[in-house]
Design a protein around this ligand. Structure first.
Ligand code: G6P
Length: 361
């Protein structure tokens, strides 16, 4: 427990460690608009034409986030839940790169998916937090997210560091994969990156998630919606919420609201609407739809946005490049989950039935 320092829980300590973790993730990897990792990756990616990201849980949400950036860099990319690899993955061969995104490097389903892909000729890369982990040892190459040890079962800082590592990797591969064109705003994304740790600090210092949490305790269901990168963050927000509060939470793509979840929307189902400046239209429309059925809407994103004016509450994040805005929104949602769980007296660092690392299939 001494390891918790001034914090009541490891999870809160790890949420607050994100500025440092992210500084470490970024350190020395971007120079004048060019991304370079410690391992050059040149041989690994020399003949790569397609990428598959495989992962579970929170790492899957970071992979969804990453996959969108890979695609926007012109790299044909699939993102597959590792446990569904056989059913969902497209064919691979020696021109494919399978990327195992796994904090621990020990998740059985993820290791199994990589082994299957490698058995079919794919090259493999581990994106992990743990040096010497099975994923790092078995893959052809490894990149470390450098988040530092994470003790809380609910992953927080590793999500942020995975997402940033994958964003960097998308830029690195854009320069290597044939026909891939770096995203038009790739330089702007990289230029804004050094400010991300300070922006996370601002969120941590100014967040009103603790007072908002008090208003949410009596509700029945909690919905998280977003589009694009906001979709990944919505799924992650809902997963975190259910893991540690034990309350029903569901995340979905904003446009899916009317295809089912709307049936559950009442005045007792707050809706967290995650938006960035560039991905907000569907989120705004569907948040309004939920609100008209009585659901309180919490806007999670930058100020100066119509969603903020209409919402019942706002969790504000600094206005930076939209890619990083999405990650800042996730930090706000981490804090909401933490404070709700804390007020409910849940065992935050060790939720019932869950394990930090799932080494069985
Ligand atoms: C478990 C943990 C999650 C984690 C998932 C994948 O379910 O409780 O927090 O996201 O495993 O773990 P990995 O180590 O592969 O990232």
């Amino acid at each position: 427990d001494a390891g918790k320092g001034e914090y009541d829980h490891y999870m809160l300590k790890e949420i607050h460690h994100q500025p440092t973790a992210l500084s470490n993730t970024i350190d020395g990897r971007v120079d004048d608009g060019t991304v370079a990792f410690e391992t050059p990756l040149s041989q690994l990616v020399a003949n790569i034409e397609t990428v598959q990201l495989v992962a579970c849980g929170t790492s899957y949400h970071a992979s969804m986030f990453g996959a969108q950036l890979f695609r926007s860099a012109g790299i044909p990319t699939e993102v597959i839940r590792a446990s569904e690899y056989e059913a969902m993955a497209g064919p691979v061969d020696e021109r494919s790169l399978v990327v195992a995104v796994t904090q621990s490097g020990e998740t059985a389903d993820t290791l199994d998916a990589v082994r299957k892909a490698a058995g079919r000729g794919a090259k493999s890369l581990a994106v992990t937090n743990v040096v010497g982990s099975t994923a790092a040892r078995e893959a052809d190459e490894a990149i470390y997210i450098r988040a530092g040890p994470e003790v809380g079962v609910a992953a927080t800082k590793t999500f942020s560091s995975q997402a940033v590592t994958l964003a960097l990797l998308s830029q690195r591969l854009a320069g290597a994969v044939p026909d891939a064109t770096p995203r038009a705003d790739g330089n702007a994304m990289l230029e804004a990156l050094p400010d991300l740790p300070a922006h996370v600090e601002t969120v941590l210092e100014t967040s009103r998630a603790d007072s908002l949490a008090r208003d949410l305790l009596e509700d029945r269901s909690y919905f998280f919606l977003g589009s694009g990168l906001g979709h990944s963050v919505a799924l992650e927000g809902a997963l975190k919420f259910k893991e540690i509060t034990y309350e029903h939470a569901e995340g979905f793509a904003a446009g899916e609201l009317k295809h089912g979840p709307l049936a559950l929307v009442t005045e007792e189902s707050p809706v967290f609407a995650v938006y960035t400046a560039s991905e907000d239209e569907k989120t705004e429309l569907n948040a309004t739809e939920a609100q008209s059925r009585g659901a309180p809407v919490v806007a999670v994103g930058p100020n100066d946005h119509p969603l903020v004016d209409d919402a019942d509450a706002h969790l504000s994040v600094p206005d930076t490049h939209p890619v990083w805005t999405a990650l800042l929104a996730n930090v706000q949602l981490q804090l909401v989950s933490y404070h709700v769980a804390d007020l409910l007296g849940r065992p935050i660092d060790k939720p019932r039935n869950l394990a930090k690392s799932v080494t069985v299939e």
